[in-house]
Design a protein around this ligand. Sequence first.
Ligand SMILES: [Zn+2]
Length: 147
Amino acid sequence: MSTALTIDAQSASEYCRTCKLEYPVSRGSAYENGTPFAIYVAGMHACEKGGSAIIAIAFRGAAGEAPRAATVQVWAVEEQFQMSVPEPAQSPWLSHKYLGRMLSRTEALEPSLKASLFRVADAVVYQNRQVRGFFAWLDRPSAKNGT
Ligand SMILES: [Zn+2]
């Protein structure tokens, strides 16, 4: 049975240690049928060649347990989105302790978590206006020429 997954969003910014610039971030909660079950933070940055959105998604832990988080990196490739799960050391969100423990790639891709992780990532990519706008901006002709 499918359920309705919705998100909310607010704008923020983050500092890139590589290029020393601030870049836009959108963050919020994900709701399953109106009940919050995860939070996310999506960084939109074209520092790397091609540009990508890097989204950390943190799931509430059981009572008394810290939340568990994983990172999903998203690229737009010819009208489609490609997603990968980097190791925690590659995540710009590793230092954000409120997200909880950042899971390894292997842990994040375990069947019990993987589907939820990519459902939230999909919701952010398709429902978050700021993220959609970022990919539309990357897709502009001048960006493709690398200028
Ligand atoms: Zn940068």
